[in-house]
Ligand binder design. Structure first.
Ligand code: PHE
Length: 347
């Protein structure tokens, strides 16, 4: 056996090994080269016929080859085991159904808030948010609702337990009963011209039924600049109502009272079910109430330090659940908060 024979055996073994795909094939391969009657065993049979120097060289090369082939068999054993369909637990069954990843979606209330805010941002409004825990001042006093004012009764409110502070009269906190306190915050911290919409949660201690919830959402809007008139408010709200309910919707402004606007109005849209003819949804009136609005009261400007002689402005506020219920024909507000996927998946 010549020195380059070792090399050719190695090359031959390596090319054979590539084709092995079963444990049986691998065992045959092992016996062929490394078995007791294998190629290497037979090669070593010629050692006694060699001279002293030749033996050392021959033995060294034989050992190197033996090691290389042993490693080859071990490596091959791993891949053959993984591929072998009968013996492996790692086997991937491509016929099994996959694990479906369900696609998430936004809650219908979030979708309607986004839609309302997008309509107003297209008209140049910016979106601002405020805290749900508010001071009594921002929720009432700053909005021209003195504490003894009877109108305050209509804003039944969750008060938070006051922190006792002996040195100064403690600030009273509450869960905001409307988003209007963000008017006070924004008008104090920014300078006109202002055009802002405020989405957010509000809280009122109402008993829960098909049309009431102790927590719901509002979108507030207000605009302050020189020379703003009630007709500007009408124009903006018309774009809003047509954007949400469709081009054919009609609107009407009914005189109303809010302490923070003067004059004030409630806005109705023509009933989307009966188109104004009168049905059970609109209580035979043909109209549905959607929001409150008016021109910002000079006393509110006084509280926030805006000169009411230079600036005028309008404000409006709407309940998001109500808008969503009218838009989608939903008859129970509780559906929004029960987390029933059969309902939520429809949006
Ligand atoms: N804050 C009023 C409410 O919750 C709505 C409103 C906002 C009315 C702004 C007029 C102007 O009922």
């Amino acid at each position: 056996m010549q020195a380059n024979d070792f090399e050719s055996i190695r090359i031959q073994a390596e090319s054979e090994a590539v084709t092995i795909s079963t444990p049986q094939g691998l065992e045959e391969f092992r016996l062929k080269y490394l078995g007791r009657k294998g190629l290497l065993a037979r090669a070593s049979a010629i050692i006694p016929t060699l001279s002293q120097e030749e033996r050392a060289e021959f033995g060294r090369k034989l050992n190197i080859l033996k090691k290389a082939l042993t490693v080859l068999v071990e490596e091959k054993a791993k891949t053959v085991a993984a591929k072998d369909s009968g013996s492996s637990i790692n086997r991937i069954d491509l016929g099994l159904p996959g694990i479906a990843q369900e696609l998430g979606r936004l809650h219908p209330i979030t979708q309607v808030i986004d839609e309302i805010c997008a309509l107003f941002t297209r008209m140049g409004f910016i979106v601002v948010e405020g805290p749900e825990i508010e001071t009594e001042y921002n929720n009432f006093t700053g909005l021209n609702i003195p504490l003894e004012h009877p109108s305050r009764d209509t804003f039944d409110t969750f008060y938070l337990k006051p922190k006792t502070d002996n040195l100064k009269p403690a600030t009273k906190y509450l869960l905001r009963s409307h988003t209007s306190p963000v008017q006070v915050r924004a008008m104090k911290s920014r300078k006109p011209p202002l055009s802002i919409v405020v989405p957010g949660r509000v809280y009122r201690p109402d008993a829960v039924d098909a049309s009431h919830s102790f927590m719901f959402h509002q979108v507030e809007g207000f605009l302050v600049d020189k020379g703003i008139k009630f007709s500007d408010l009408k124009g903006i709200l018309e774009v809003f109502a047509k954007g949400i309910f469709g081009e054919n919707i009609k609107m009407r402004f009914r005189p109303h009272f809010f302490p923070f606007t003067e004059p004030s109005a409630e806005v109705d849209i023509s009933c989307i079910i009966c188109q104004g003819k009168g049905c059970s949804v609109c209580g035979r009136k043909g109209w549905l109430e959607v929001l409150g609005c008016g021109m910002i009261h000079p006393n509110v400007f006084k509280h926030v330090g805006i000169n009411a002689k230079t600036y005028t402005g309008f404000a409006f506020g709407m309940g998001v659940e109500r808008i969503a219920m009218l838009k989608y024909g939903i008859n129970d507000i509780r559906l929004f908060f029960e987390n029933d996927l059969r309902f939520l998946k429809q949006f």
